[in-house]
Design a protein. Structure first.
Length: 96
């Protein structure tokens, strides 16, 4: 595990993700497949945030649209902006 800690403006506290998972080919591939089966994105989120994904989403407001914010900030914090940033899951549940 390669932990990276980041903050989100307007949200109290820090968030931690695994940079190795964020940057991995497997993660990018699973996020790309999430357009067809969004449940895959939940598995990826759990891996990226070490099982704290639900806690983090709750801190952001508890809405599925918070996925975009959380994942986007993790990607940015890990310097992997071009790897998964264009995937459907990074744009939220309604993206097509």
């Amino acid at each position: 595990m390669n932990p990276v800690t980041f903050t989100i403006e307007g949200v109290e506290g820090e968030f931690t993700c695994d940079a190795d998972v964020v940057r991995s080919y497997k993660t990018a591939k699973q996020l790309a497949k999430s357009e067809e089966d969004f449940s895959v994105a939940f598995d990826v989120m759990e891996r990226i945030f070490g099982g704290r994904d639900e806690e983090y989403i709750d801190r952001l407001g508890g809405d599925v649209t918070c996925i975009q914010t959380l994942l986007g900030k993790a990607i940015e914090a890990c310097g992997a902006k071009n790897s998964q940033a264009s995937s459907p899951a990074s744009k939220g549940a309604g993206a097509k």
